[in-house]
Design a binder for this molecule. Structure first.
Ligand code: KG4
Ligand code: ZN
Length: 356
């Protein structure tokens, strides 16, 4: 029964978890998160220097608590894993150095994990995880992508955002509406009693140079500008800003775009399973609409459990156990961190001669 200690520090959540794998099932034995959201909210977004400092302060306690909750000493674990790319370099460095140090001290393999591979693995923490082939909609603060996962686990990116990620659009529009950071949960709360059809907003499309549109790609910058114009127009009215209707109309257009393009992609590719992961996959309206629309089309939907949509270490453990199960794998203790790295190119993270 392989067990790993996993660390996550790529952005503004410090997290540690112990995850095990037995009889084909993953079990989260413990997971701890220290969110820095309140501190960054004061600045309206993540301040990288503050994020790194808070990771340094929080991570040792989180590791200690995670090991105690799991009632396991590090010597009983099979590996130590940490996110090494993509993300804020200073923040990533904290988890990576801590992970490599623990691995060296306890003579355990170190497993470097790509943050998006961890988000993809979060669906395996569901009670009945799906079997590939399937389509994944990965929607977070940094990415909006449609990825096909084949029977062998190989990835093929079929769609992406050409400008803002969906989560970034939530964060920027929340700021425009005077709501707190992170914008996703704030807009979701503000939208509860709002009229989703009050304001007509554009469903951004990406044009092909030869004419027509890329069917599975996204663009949220036009929507953001349309929201800015609408808010400016509302401010000239002799009434308070219709916050609930603005939030609901915005949220609904993002949901419609994500649901439409994902289901169109499933239908074109003949895929009957759709997976949704990442911070924006925590959105209640998106979860409901994806389920109901997919059911009409005969598509089976698997959502990452709510707790594991936003950044956490359990999903890093799930990805590390996936790597361990497929081959006996380890990363070099000389591997550093990188702000960017293609998800399709993870093999070099396990070479003795590291790429960064
Ligand atoms: O996956 P995540 O924690 O970090 C990244 O890898 O980016 O995603 C964070 C993003 C933020 O943009 C946040 O506003 C968004 O996920 N988010 C949501 C919700 N909860 C978090 N967006 C919409 N609705 C939510 N309930
Ligand atoms: Zn993330």
């Amino acid at each position: 029964m392989p067990k790993v200690l996993a660390l996550e520090t790529s952005c503004d959540e410090s997290a540690a978890a112990v995850v095990s794998h037995s009889d084909g099932r993953l079990e989260v034995l413990s997971h701890r998160i220290a969110s820095q959201v309140e501190e960054h909210a004061r600045w309206g977004g993540v301040v990288p220097e503050i994020a790194s400092r808070r990771h340094v302060e929080a991570l040792p306690h989180l590791i200690d608590q995670a090991l105690r909750d799991a009632q396991l000493p590090i010597s009983d674990l099979d590996a130590v894993a940490a996110t090494v790319t993509p993300g804020l370099v200073g923040a990533l460095m904290v988890g990576s150095v801590t992970g490599r140090t623990l691995a060296a001290l306890h003579d355990r393999p170190f497993i470097a994990i790509h943050h998006l591979e961890a988000h993809l693995a979060s669906v395996r923490l569901e009670a009945c995880p799906p079997e590939p082939p399937y389509l994944v909609l990965l929607v977070s603060g940094g990415h909006t992508e449609l990825i096909r996962v084949d029977e062998a686990g190989a990835l093929d990116r079929l769609g992406r955002s050409h400008d803002d990620a969906a989560g970034e659009a939530f964060d920027k529009v929340a700021r425009l509406l005077g709501l707190d950071y992170p914008g996703g949960p704030a807009i979701q709360a503000a939208a509860v009693d709002g009229d989703v059809a009050r304001f007509a907003l554009p469903k951004g499309r990406v044009s092909k140079p030869e004419g027509g549109y890329y069917p599975y790609d996204f663009s949220f910058s036009g929507l953001k500008t349309a929201m800015l114009r609408q808010v400016e127009a509302c401010r000239t009215w002799d009434e308070p800003l219709p916050l609930a209707d603005l939030a609901a109309s915005f949220q609904q257009v993002v949901v419609d775009v994500l649901v439409d393009r994902s289901l169109r992609c499933c239908s074109d590719l003949g895929l009957s399973t759709l997976v949704m992961v990442g911070g924006v996959a925590a959105n209640q309206r998106l979860r409901e609409c994806m389920h109901s629309r997919a059911a009409q089309q005969g598509v089976d939907v698997h959502l990452a459990p709510l707790t594991y949509c936003t950044d956490n270490a359990a999903m890093v453990g799930a990805a590390a156990l996936g790597r361990l199960a497929s081959q006996s794998i380890a990363s070099s203790l000389c591997l550093g961190v990188s702000a960017r790295w293609a998800l399709e190119n993870c093999a070099p993270l396990y070479q003795s001669n590291p790429p960064f």
